[in-house]
Ligand binder design. Structure first.
Ligand SMILES: [Zn+2]
Length: 246
């Protein structure tokens, strides 16, 4: 439970989930999107790195060392980037909640009117909105304002550490696929095997992402494989160039 200042939220959420039976994509979309993007990054960047180093005539063990280094570096940078960006979102949320708590303490009448105004905008008539606002202010004023005015709730609140771990984990799983292919492949077919298997993984990932996101599968697959293939082709070219020059 992230937002410690208002203990009532956790209990409310549990009660709500007992009543709320149908599952909406938004419940999992956040996590899925981060996982798919992380895994996609892992496959494309590590496969390209492996193919680029292999194209420069490096030995299989040198290629594997470069692949492992790429996996670790990529996972750490994904985790760091996610942690920093989600932490700043967390800080913003906390600052908004602190300001809201101050406003509630100094002018609760105006805050009640503000809440009623939000409910009128959502379609309630003025009397009912006033009634609802008054009752919610009495039950959990900060919770009501955070949820209905600031849009901060248990489902969407920032979790920097979880986001960092999820991102690094997804990247590692993604990067592990071309790395395993490189390790299992005969040395003379390494570039071809890593390229083909990585494109296959991207097709599966692109299809999964499109399917669970409710988007057209063909377009999702085409998009992710096009950019993946382009990245691998360019690094293979650069690697070949360095292989000739070196
Ligand atoms: Zn307010």
């Amino acid at each position: 439970m992230l937002l410690k200042p208002w203990p009532g939220l956790e209990i409310k959420t549990r009660t709500m989930s007992r009543i709320h039976t149908e599952r909406h994509r938004t419940h999992s979309i956040g996590w899925l999107r981060a996982a798919v993007l992380g895994a996609n990054d892992g496959i494309v960047s590590t496969a390209s790195l492996i193919i680029g180093v292999a194209a420069a005539n490096a030995t299989q063990s040198a290629v594997l060392v470069a692949g492992v280094a790429g996996l670790v570096a990529g996972a750490m940078s994904m985790a760091a980037g996610e942690y920093v960006s989600v932490s700043s979102q967390f800080d913003t949320e906390q600052a908004d909640i602190a300001r809201e708590r101050h406003e509630l303490a100094t002018d609760s009448a105006r805050e009640t009117a503000e809440l009623a105004g939000i409910y009128v905008q959502r379609g309630l008539d003025a009397d009912l909105a006033q009634q609802v606002a008054t009752q919610l202010m009495a039950k959990d004023a900060l919770g009501a304002h955070a949820r209905d005015e600031l849009g901060i709730s248990e489902v969407v609140s920032a979790r920097p550490l979880q986001a960092a771990w999820a991102s690094a984990g997804a990247f590692t799983v993604g990067a592990g696929l071309p790395l395993a292919s490189a390790w299992l492949s005969p040395e003379r077919h390494l570039t071809l095997v890593v390229g083909a298997t990585s494109l296959l993984f991207l097709v599966l990932l692109g299809g999964l992402a499109a399917y669970t996101g409710g988007a057209p599968i063909a377009r999702g697959v085409a998009r992710v494989t096009f950019w993946g293939a382009l990245a691998m082709a360019i690094t293979a070219g650069v690697g070949r160039l360095f292989g000739v020059v070196a």
